[in-house]
Each structure stands twice: as C-alpha cells, then as structure tokens.
Design a protein around this ligand. Structure first.
Ligand code: GDP
Length: 247
C-alpha cells in the first residue's frame, strides 16, 4: 500500500510540476526574439569584429562566385582562366547567409602551391595571415571534375598550416558531370581530411541551406565569444530588441 501511495504521490508531483512549468513557459513572441543569432547583434554593434569566413581552393573551382553570393555583390568578378588570377588581390566584404552575418574573405590569386616560387612565398604568407584571422575556412572543390591532385596539395597545406575549422564545399553541383560523379566525390573527399562535402551551386544558388547548417555553429560560437569579450549580455540585447519592437 505504501509503495502504491508513494508512486501515486510521485505521479501527482510530476503532473503538477508539468502544469506549473507550462504556465511559466515564455510567451511565443519572446521565444521568437530569443532565436535571433548573436552575429546579427554583432553586425549592428560592431561589424568590424564579425566572425570571418575565408574561402580557399584551387583556381576556377568557383571561389569568387561563392564570395559574390555570400557578399551579395551584384557585379560578379569572375575569371575563366587560371592566368587571370596572377594579378588579383584578396578581397574582404560584409557577408550574410540567412540571418548569419560575417565577414567573407576570398583568397583567389593566393592559392598555395600554384605559383612560381618567388611569388608563391609571398602569397602563401598572405594566405596564412588571412587564415589566421578567419574563424572558419571554406575549402572549395569542383564537383564537376571531382577531387584532383591540386586539391590534395591545398588540403595538405591546410592541415599543416591552419588550425581553423574547415568546411569542405563541392561547387558546380548543378552540372550533369557533377551529378554523375556525386558518389565518387563524396568518397574521394574523405581523403582531404575535412569530412563529407556540402554540395552547392554558387551560380545557381543551390545548396545554400546546407551551407548555412555547416556554418551556423561556428559563426554563432565566434560571435557569442566576441559579444562576451565586449561585455555584452546576449539576454540584455534580446530584451532591448523586444522593447524596440514593442515601441
Ligand atoms: P575561382 O577561380 O575559384 O575564384 O572561380 P570563379 O568564381 O572565378 O569561377 C570559375 C568559373 O566557374 C566561372 O566561369 C564561373 O562562371 C564558373 N562557376 C562558378 N560557380 C559555378 C556553379 O555553381 N556552377 C557552374 N556550372 N559554374 C560555376
């Protein structure tokens, strides 16, 4: 009898606490505001300190096209031949993907292991400096050609020179060849050591939702770290945002 009584008492306690918790649940409007990402607050407070995303890969894989897509640039600065990269400098721009905000850096023209040795030394040291500033690196490969030797050189270089999180991106997945080689690209990509690739088409604006999911934890973590360092309380910012919306 005592056992049955205590079981009943326990069930009652659980039910009443569930009832109480239900009543204490925040109103939906607050929950919606609380889901705003840290990087969106940081963009308004101090856009210079937004997390940085660096784009790296061999020539012609679509780095500039991805850069333009993330930077929402209307004028596409794309070149078709590897030679055209020689005179190009690196670019940095405010970027966004959905509600994620960051700074995006294009390393086109600074690809490691691609140049005559005198220029190569300089460009590799610039690339290393850029990657040191980055919070996350997008290594781009071409899903149409599959993984080639130059990709392995860059991946090897990244593994020994870069301590940042690397997201592997297989671009040009809109093409017939890419669809035919899809499984080979997935398997071969594991050789690079950065897990399975996110398939996108920068030109066709395809796969950006998957890229968002891959970037989001890194951007959030870096933005929250900066906000904490700057003494900003995310909870306070969210309440301020809510107050502004009420006004
Ligand atoms: P980068 O050298 O890595 O910066 O490459 P670019 O962005 O300059 O692009 C090289 C070529 O690939 C250009 O002709 C682009 O139009 C083309 N390209 C870029 N992204 C895509 C894509 O998603 N699909 C297809 N089919 N072509 C693309």
């Amino acid at each position: 009898i005592m056992k049955q009584f205590s079981t009943l008492l326990l069930q009652n306690t659980i039910q009443s606490s569930r009832f109480l918790l239900g009543r204490l649940k925040p109103k939906p409007v607050f929950t919606a505001v609380a889901q705003k990402h840290a990087s969106a607050f940081l963009r308004d407070l101090n856009p210079e300190s937004l997390p940085k995303v660096a784009i790296i890969g061999r020539p012609n894989v679509g780095k500039s096209t991805i850069f333009n897509r993330l930077a929402k640039r209307k004028v596409a600065l794309v070149y078709n031949t590897p030679d055209s990269h020689v005179t190009r400098d690196y670019q940095e721009h405010l970027g966004s993907l959905g509600d994620l905000c960051f700074r995006v850096m294009d390393t086109s023209g600074l690809e490691p292991g691609m140049r005559p040795s005198s220029i190569q030394g300089r460009s590799m040291s610039i690339t290393r400096t850029l990657l040191d500033q980055a919070h996350v690196v997008l290594m781009v490969v071409d899903a149409r050609t599959g993984i080639v030797a130059q990709d392995e050189v860059i991946a090897q270089w990244l593994r020994s020179n870069c301590s940042r999180e690397v997201v592997l991106v297989a671009n040009k997945s809109d093409t017939k060849e890419a669809r035919a080689h899809h499984d080979d690209v997935v398997i071969d990509a594991y050789r690079l050591g950065f897990g399975s690739p996110v398939f996108v088409s920068a030109e066709g604006n395809v796969g950006m939702d998957d890229l968002y999911l891959a970037l989001q934890p890194h951007i959030d973590e870096a933005a929250e770290r900066v906000l904490r360092m700057e003494g900003e309380d995310l909870g306070v910012l969210q309440r301020q945002d809510l107050d502004r919306k009420k006004e």
